[in-house]
Ligand binder design. Structure first.
Ligand SMILES: N[C@@H](CCC(=O)N[C@@H](CS)C(=O)NCC(=O)O)C(=O)O
Length: 92
């Protein structure tokens, strides 16, 4: 069922994010713009979920957002947006 706006095939897309994080929102807007079908996985910052072992294995700095696309993991909102804009062609 996972489809996206073009050439960015190769696995499902998961955005590890938090609703109160404007860095997460910035990435969500980019994904929306590129019409990427993604799953949002909320990280509970109040419970320090970003410091859990499984999350630190993706991002040792312990911050959201993190994007996972198949086996590819990208951290930090600006590099994530660069990745999204390169990996997914626009449907428009
Ligand atoms: N430079 C990072 C900043 C990300 C960031 O500051 N994330 C905050 C939420 S807005 C965070 O995860 N904080 C967790 C913590 O401080 O433990 C980016 O652009 O993504």
């Amino acid at each position: 069922m996972s489809t996206n706006g073009g050439s960015g095939g190769g696995g499902s897309v998961v955005l590890y994010m938090n609703d109160f994080s404007h860095f997460s929102k910035k990435v969500a807007i980019g994904l929306l713009e590129k019409k990427v079908d993604y799953k949002a996985h909320a990280i509970d910052l109040k419970e320090s979920e970003q410091m859990s072992r499984w999350f630190l294995e993706m991002n040792p700095i312990g911050e959201v957002p993190v994007l996972k696309h198949g086996d590819t993991v990208v951290c930090n909102s600006s590099p994530i947006l660069e990745y999204v804009f390169c990996a997914f062609s626009s449907a428009i």
